[in-house]
Design a binder for this molecule. Structure first.
Ligand code: ATP
Ligand code: MG
Length: 564
């Protein structure tokens, strides 16, 4: 874990855990779990939950389980089961031998349901979906009791076993808890515990079951079976807590975890709903779940964000009970701080402009030494080749400009980073009047120093035309145009808010030779251009392609201000 991570960061949940430990509750032990449903890849919101659950376990010498909440076999699959494990591990956490599936508990869940039936606390109901809704009432009006509510225990036991045996069609019958149709809490109006699902092949249990337990029933039982002490979930489950407690109070299970809710992460300029992310993937708006523009852990990894910086972000945003939209700048600052400290510097020219240094001998070249990091000598040095023909960026030259322009102008001087001062003597243009080449001179006395009294406008980066390696870059921008990416006009779709320029590809870039050896996962700062990482796509293997992780500064602040 990085040094910036402050494990003493506290929040109201950690305070509850500390008090419980002090009071000797749960035998002075803390046990949490992270319970994803395997119906998509993990995103940064899940990371918040992972850092919270695994972080508490780690800091209070407890344990954290990874449990797949796999009771909804229609939308779940093994690709997601695998990717979730990979992502939790990559984030730096270890569930050791405690990988569980809610489906592991299907038999126990069934047996506890039988207990509820025997105690007269659950019944088989034949109302169809529409009738159920009508009987359920509204927030203002109490519900009505189902005509099947008074079935005898024997009849319920018989019907439930026949549901399990596959005698009935999907939707024909459900098992419901018998709680209170007049409760102001809708979740307590005889919620469904089991429904029938034929014809699905569950990724863990195959075709063994055709009845599937509902989330609100499965979750407390799974928590209790695993000996969870603190069951942390997001705020939308606050109203479900009485049901969570009801289930555990009415079955013969000694353990009763405490459910505690915290607010979900919402992040500007992106969406964190798996349904919407699935739509972006399925409808081809992005290249896949690991597209570097996606807020998924896999996307961020491919984008070049480090696990440490994502953990740091999750700690900085904190854990509260109030919903809000977190600024993208919060995440980007964590990414930049981490990269600034750890990324070696390199030079790359995105929009090349040829510069011929006329007083540098033809056929000659020299190897110059440049530090890998301006503030960290331990990161060492590298060799860069200098010769008569080099490239600078088109944006670093103007024929004329006022004093504020700190780059090269006709007749002016500029320092080449890690090399000499050059002066622009002549501008070469093509028939269309476009600048195609600069003729310059260099001053051999200026390597690594400015001779006295010499004023140079600025420093620009460059790459040797002879030694540089050609390749491409993929420049990523925000996925959505508006901070509140979900917000749509009437009749619109959230995909209308997608930023059409979220990916720009440049193909004729030049990289300094050291970059030809860039390894997978190595992050670099391309001087003055941003932070980059080798693209890990299969298709990018043939040529040198770098992904831009992030710009050097937040250029959006300016745009937002100017654009209003
Ligand atoms: P979605 O609504 O996108 O499908 P979910 O909550 O259903 O998300 P799960 O796979 O059930 O997704 O989530 C696993 C865990 O991660 C849950 O405990 C959930 O509360 C937590 N989680 C999911 N999204 C967020 C988020 N945006 N912020 C914080 N925690 C989250
Ligand atoms: Mg869910």
């Amino acid at each position: 874990m990085s040094e910036t991570e402050n494990s003493t960061t506290t929040n109201f949940i950690r305070q509850i855990v500390e008090q419980d430990l002090k009071a000797g509750k749960n035998d002075g032990h803390v046990h949490t779990r992270f319970p994803p449903e395997p119906n998509g890849y993990l995103h940064i919101g899940h990371a918040k939950s992972i850092v919270l659950n695994f972080g508490i376990a780690k800091d209070y010498k407890g344990q954290c389980n990874l449990r797949f909440d796999d009771t909804n076999p229609h939308k779940e699959n093994i690709e997601f089961v695998d990717s979730i494990q990979q992502d939790v591990r990559w984030l730096g956490y270890d569930w050791q031998d405690r990988l569980f599936y809610a489906s592991n508990y299907f038999q126990q869940l069934h047996d506890f349901a039988v207990e509820l039936i025997q105690a007269g606390k659950a019944y088989v109901c034949d109302l169809d979906g529409e009738q159920m809704r009508a009987y359920r009432g509204t927030l203002k009006e109490p519900g009505q009791e189902s005509p099947y509510r008074s079935r005898s225990v024997e009849e319920n036991l018989d019907l439930f076993e026949r549901m399990k045996a596959g005698e009935f069609a999907d939707g024909e019958r459900v098992l419901r808890a018998k709680i209170d149709m007049g409760s102001p809490n809708m979740n307590l109006r005889d919620p469904t515990l089991y429904r029938i699902r034929h014809g699905v092949i569950h990724h863990q249990t195959g075709e063994a079951w055709c009845i599937y337990p509902m989330y609100d029933y499965t979750h407390p039982v799974s928590d209790a079976l695993e000996g969870i002490t603190h069951s942390l979930c997001t705020l939308e489950f606050e109203d479900h807590r009485p049901l969570y407690d009801w289930v555990l109070d009415n079955i013969s299970i000694p353990c009763h975890p405490q459910q505690i809710e915290f607010s979900r992460l919402n992040l500007e300029y992106t969406v964190l709903s798996k349904r919407k992310l699935t739509q972006l993937v399925d409808e081809g708006f992005v290249e896949g779940w690991d597209d570097p523009r996606m807020p998924t852990v896999a996307g961020m990894r491919r984008r070049g964000y480090s696990a440490a910086s994502i953990r740091e972000f999750c700690l900085r945003i904190g854990i509260t009970k109030s919903d809000g939209l977190v600024e993208m700048g919060m995440l980007e600052n964590c990414i930049r701080e981490d990269l600034d400290a750890h990324a070696p510097r390199r030079m790359a020219v995105m929009h090349p402009l040829k510069v011929v240094i006329e007083n540098y001998p033809q056929g000659q070249s020299e190897s110059l030494t440049a530090p890998n990091h301006p503030k960290d000598e331990a990161m060492g040095k590298r060799q860069i080749d200098f010769c008569r023909e080099i490239y600078i960026d088109q944006a670093d030259f103007r024929e004329q400009a006022n004093k504020k322009y700190k780059r090269l102008v006709t007749g002016g001087e500029v320092r080449l980073r890690n090399a000499y001062v050059i002066k622009c003597e002549e501008v070469m243009k093509n028939n269309q009047g476009e600048i195609v080449e600069l003729r310059c001179s260099y001053d051999p006395e200026t390597l690594g120093k400015n001779p006295q009294g010499r004023k140079v406008r600025g420093v620009v980066h460059w790459v040797s035309a002879q030694h540089g390696v050609k390749g491409g870059v993929r420049l990523y921008d925000r996925l959505f145009n508006q901070a509140n990416a979900d917000k749509v006009e009437e009749g619109g779709r959230f995909t209308d808010n997608l930023n059409p320029d979220s990916l720009r590809t440049l193909t004729d870039c030049y990289f300094e030779p050291a970059l030809a050896e860039a390894g997978e996962g190595e992050q670099y700062q391309f001087e003055r251009e941003g932070y980059f990482i080798l693209d890990s796509r299969e298709a990018a293997r043939e040529e040198l392609v770098f992904n831009r992780i992030i710009t050097l500064r937040d250029s959006w602040v300016k745009i937002d201000k100017a654009g209003g």
